[in-house]
Design a protein around this ligand. Structure first.
Ligand code: GLN
Length: 452
């Protein structure tokens, strides 16, 4: 009730939520209370409220993915993440705002209007999961869930002063998580502290036979790691390519202070060179749109949500075209066109094929790096939160918000962003990124808890 009251008080301004499930949340909470009174066994997060990114299906509760094309669609089933949350006793407060189909870095691409950054409502809360991070930063929810295809958990965490983790690819089930770029998409925990993120991580992670890319191995012990933060004797890498032009002075300053702190706490700092990282952004903007053009073909006006022009006089093809024209926003259309082009015969090898080769080089650069270090650290984003509207008409400037986060999606390893202070020039939060090898998610929490 306290969190629902907080949402009522501030969300008109913040706009973190697309849908508040007041009745559902209260019913869930009452059911847990009843269980407790009867002395029944409760889940590990019984009664803890959470804000769920509107990309996860929720049975009987609207799921829009920030798009008009799914307006009015009520999913008949729960995503695996949703199911696991419910089983753990988590109370789902509602669904959070996001860039349409998770395409963006500012939440400005939502068809339902932007979200404000609670630190300064005229600035972006990051994206695509800006609603989830804003809900945490404004104390509307203590826990949230995001998805990270190129940075959509870590970048919003960085610019809102919260913690966000992209687990190892395959660590958290994608079943019922609306697909953007299937080989990159990964759901993960968002919270205000490293330990809270770990507690949530263990609830949502684990093998799921409904997702063919789900890893069939035990979940790394992230809670234990978060309770025992230490970097004593660890080798920590600093990559040359995560610096230079476009990085804000205050972000660099706080990052360097974090590196100094790591050293002081007993870590050995190792300088690394990963030349392929400079190509990651360009390769991502071929691979992600290619996969999205294929994934979004299912929105054909026949299966879900919106249907435009169905007056009995038009062909099915026309209805599909009219619906997609009306239902998708500019950024989604830009990516579908880009991806369709990159995958077309005659161009496939030149674009998609080359991008896949770059992806292999990035994976190899990480493999070489992790022969020398246990974790890598970098700024999570090159700048602090920028003003709403500043990059809206400049896709390239927007894409640059993810230069530090994208390499990990390409390689499928684990990464976290956590707060490391405020930039002196604007007083806004700066995020420190920690990257660990695949299936070593526990290292993120061990290091994160040490420097938090
Ligand atoms: N900002 C990146 C993009 O627009 C990443 C988004 C994401 O991680 N979902 O694709």
């Amino acid at each position: 009730e306290a969190h629902l009251a907080r949402i009522e008080a501030v969300d008109e301004k913040v706009h973190a939520f697309l849908h508040v499930d007041r009745e559902g949340a209260l019913a869930q909470a009452r059911a847990i209370d009843a269980k407790r009174e009867k002395g029944e066994k409760l889940g590990p997060l019984a009664g803890v409220p959470l804000a769920l990114k509107d990309i996860f299906t929720t049975e009987g509760v609207p799921t829009t993915v920030g798009s008009k094309i799914l307006e009015g669609w009520i999913p008949p089933y729960d995503a695996t993440v949703t199911r696991k949350l419910k089983e753990a006793g988590v109370v789902i407060l509602g669904k959070t705002n996001m860039d349409e189909f998770a395409m963006g870095s500012s939440t400005e691409n939502s068809a339902y209007g932007p979200t404000g950054n609670p630190w300064d409502l005229t600035r972006i809360p990051g994206g695509s999961g800006g609603g989830s991070s804003a809900a945490l930063a404004s104390y509307e929810a203590p826990l949230a869930i995001g998805t990270d295809t190129g940075g959509s958990i870590r970048q919003p965490a960085a610019v809102t002063g919260t913690v966000g983790v992209k687990p190892t690819y395959g660590g958290v089930s994608r079943y019922g998580m609306v697909a953007f770029s299937s080989s990159l998409d990964q759901g993960g925990p968002c919270a205000r502290t490293v330990l809270d993120a770990a507690l949530l991580h263990e609830v949502i992670a684990g093998h799921d036979e409904l997702d063919s890319t789900s890893i069939d191995a035990p979940v790394p012990s992230v809670v234990e790691a978060a309770r025992n933060g230490s970097v004593q004797g660890m080798r920590v890498g600093v990559v040359k390519q995560f610096a230079g032009e476009g990085y804000q002075a205050g972000v660099v300053q706080r990052f360097q202070e974090s590196v100094a702190l790591l050293k002081e706490l007993g870590a050995e700092i190792v300088d690394l060179d990963c030349p392929s990282f400079d190509l990651a952004l360009s390769a991502y903007y071929l691979i992600a749109p290619s996969e999205c053009s294929s994934n979004l073909a299912r929105f054909d006006a026949m299966r879900y949500g919106l249907r435009v022009g169905d007056d009995g006089t038009k062909s099915a093809e026309d209805v599909t075209a009219l619906t997609r024209e009306a239902g998708f926003g500019d950024e989604v259309k830009r990516r579908v066109i880009l991806g369709t082009y990159a995958l077309s015969s005659g161009y496939y090898d030149a674009y998609y094929g080359s991008a896949q080769k770059v992806r292999t080089l990035i994976t190899k650069d990480f493999e070489k790096a992790f022969e020398q270090v246990d974790v890598i650290v970098s700024p999570a984003t090159p700048t602090t939160a920028f003003p709403i509207g500043e990059r809206a008409d400049d896709p390239m400037a927007m894409y640059l918000a993810d230069v530090c986060t994208i390499p990990s999606n390409m390689a499928g390893n684990a990464a976290m962003s956590l707060p490391c202070g405020l930039a002196p020039e604007d007083g806004l939060p700066v995020g420190l990124q920690i990257i660990a090898p695949a299936m070593k998610d526990d290292r993120l929490y061990k290091v994160g808890a040490a420097v938090e």
